[in-house]
Write a protein that binds this ligand. Structure first.
Ligand SMILES: C[S@@+](CC[C@H](N)C(=O)[O-])C[C@H]1O[C@@H](n2cnc3c(N)ncnc32)[C@H](O)[C@@H]1O
Length: 246
């Protein structure tokens, strides 16, 4: 099984910066719904894909099952470290993201900036909530790829619903930079500037001194005394839902 061409293609795609490996029905559903170019879609049970689509994705019910190539469960198990319970996986092409175009989105909606995030589940959950809140996009710094299969799984494929990109550093921009940091002033959602870049720090150490110094505003999410911090993705959700997005 492990030497089959299909297994090799999925294995190569996991490391290919132009491709996205989608694990699970919801990731495949969202990618397709938001316009992904699907290159290869497989599942262990096409009838089950039809049932899932009928129940959870009526808009795709006449499209998705017809795209699927049925494979045995032992082949699916070789395509991912943890085979998805729904038995569905795909390879899609990543969209080209232009960071300047993201930054110049004229809507009031903020951009989420994750500084050097380490945990891909947090990255995925942040991307998922940014899509739900209709943010203008998500940027990450540091070495980790926000399009990694684990981040795509955590985001249920919602990378395709908004621009998502890794950058070396934040380019100069007229957008106000808001540092979301436990040492900031208490958050008043109505006082957040529109078109903000909301910067969140790395899981263990928080925001860097450089980013804190560059910020126009620093805000903290109030917490009960004794609680040191919120989880990264949870803090993204708490702040995003107070922001203007129209
Ligand atoms: C797990 S926290 C990092 C904790 C780190 N020890 C610190 O003091 O910043 C990861 C990120 O979530 C955000 N965060 C978590 N709790 C927060 C709070 N109460 N107020 C503001 N930001 C918070 C910040 O952006 C933080 O850098």
């Amino acid at each position: 099984v492990t030497s089959s061409p299909l297994v090799r293609r999925f294995s190569d795609a996991r490391r290919d910066p132009e491709l996205a490996v989608l694990e699970g029905f919801h990731a495949v559903k969202h990618a397709l719904r938001f316009g992904a170019e699907m290159l290869e879609t497989v599942a262990t049970d096409v009838d089950e894909v039809q049932r899932l689509a009928d129940g959870l994705a009526e808009d795709l019910a006449t499209v998705l099952p017809g795209m699927v190539v049925q494979i045995p469960p032992e082949v699916l198990a070789a395509l991912a470290p943890r085979a998805p319970r729904t038995g569905v996986m795909a390879i899609a092409r990543r969209p080209q993201i232009d960071v300047r175009t993201m930054l110049s989105d004229p809507r009031e909606a903020p951009i989420v900036l994750l500084e050097d995030p380490r945990n891909m589940t947090n990255v995925g959950a942040s991307i998922r909530v940014a899509a739900a809140a209709d943010a203008a996009g998500v940027l990450t710094t540091g070495d980790n790829d926000p399009w990694s299969p684990d981040a795509l799984r955590g985001a249920a494929g919602l990378h395709f619903a908004q621009p998502v990109a890794r950058i070396d550093e934040l380019p100069s921009t007229e957008r106000p930079l808001v540092a979301v940091d436990p040492g900031g002033d208490p958050l008043r959602p109505s006082a957040l500037p529109s078109r903000a870049i909301l910067a969140f720090g790395t899981e263990r150490y928080g925001l860097s001194d450089e980013l804190l110094a560059r910020a126009d505003v620093r805000v903290r999410i109030p917490m009960k005394p004794g609680v040191s911090s919120l989880n990264l993705a949870t803090s993204v959700a708490a702040v995003l839902y107070g922001c203007p997005t129209s």
